[in-house]
Design a protein around this ligand. Structure first.
Ligand code: CIZ
Ligand code: SF4
Length: 303
């Protein structure tokens, strides 16, 4: 592929800074194209910890860069646009969670990775959309479980493990824009398609799925599936990666409305500026980090 000037400058500076560029599956095509690794939040944070680099340019939203900072405190984690946040993660604060914990002092507290480092510091277990079910299966025998902040992911796992959970009223404003009628319309247009749905979607949409998958699982699933066409019910940015990795298959977004504006804030220009100025840094304070890493380690123990 022909490289533009901007890409050339980024690659040169990246080497000088001993930096690597990590990009979430929802990022703009121009960001995906310049990234060293693509993935979901946890895949990227693990990559950040493994790679031999001094600087991690994290192209995603704030809680993801924080998770990388929690897992690799010795590297400099920078975000090309520090204002890219996750509205779902902002729906709960450490203070609010502490209040909920006082109401249910016996409960085990599980939190989705889409939370701030301060909220993670209050958790017993962390989980991602890839392993939420496995984590919850492992905890099935606990008398009470609090699950924050995504009520739809909570509803999905609660149904699967046949257990009532204490849930928070959080949700993803992008995924709730995918409606059952979108799936119906696309299925009518593309009857041979398989329907793949992210667990942050509405329960009525999840019910229509052939497979309920995180973004990393979607990438794996479509490769091994016999189907040639897929209706994709998640943030539309992933379609670019799916198409690039599977040029002989067709991918239809359930709806073009499912765009996360925060995921679209990062551009190649901003990546170049971030590398030039080495900012904005995302650094989790040590007293929070040592508490926030525990639920992540507990997650690895049970999956
Ligand atoms: O963990 C992630 O990266 C999120 C938020 C979604 C997904 O399924 O990849
Ligand atoms: Fe947050 Fe939803 Fe955007 Fe993911 S798609 S970063 S959950 S608002």
């Amino acid at each position: 592929m022909k490289q533009n000037n901007l890409e050339k400058k980024i690659r040169k500076l990246k080497e000088k800074r001993r930096a690597i560029i990590l990009a979430h599956n929802y990022q703009l095509p121009e960001v995906q194209d310049i990234a060293d690794f693509l993935g979901d939040s946890l895949e990227l944070s693990k990559k950040a910890a493994q790679v031999d680099a001094k600087v991690i340019v994290f192209c995603g939203v704030h809680f993801m860069a924080e998770t990388a900072s929690i897992l690799c405190p010795d590297k400099k984690v920078i975000m090309p646009d520090i204002t890219a946040g996750c509205p779902m993660a902002k729906m709960i604060t450490a203070k609010k969670l502490r209040r909920l914990k006082t109401t249910y002092p016996e409960a085990t507290v599980v939190g989705y990775v889409n939370t701030s480092a301060e909220v993670k510091a209050e958790l017993d277990y962390c989980c991602t959309s890839t392993n939420a079910l496995a984590v919850m299966e492992a905890l099935r025998d606990r008398s009470q479980i609090i699950f924050i902040p995504d009520k739809y992911l909570a509803h999905y796992v609660s149904q699967k493990i046949h257990k009532k959970l204490i849930v928070w009223d959080g949700y993803c404003p992008t995924h709730i824009k995918i409606l059952p009628q979108d799936i119906k319309r696309e299925k009518k247009l593309h009857p041979k398609s398989e329907i793949i749905v992210h667990p942050e979607c509405l329960p009525e949409v999840i019910e229509m799925a052939d497979a309920v998958l995180s973004t990393s699982k979607m990438c794996q699933y479509v490769k091994s599936s016999k189907a040639k066409e897929f209706i994709v019910a998640t943030e539309v940015g992933i379609i670019y990666r799916l198409k690039k990795e599977n040029p002989n298959k067709e991918f239809y977004p359930a709806t073009e409305r499912a765009i996360c504006p925060n995921m679209k804030k990062i551009t190649q220009e901003k990546i170049l500026w971030a590398l030039e100025e080495l900012k904005e840094e995302v650094k989790v304070k040590e007293e929070i980090r040592i508490r926030a890493i525990r639920p992540i380690e507990n997650m690895f123990k049970v999956i």
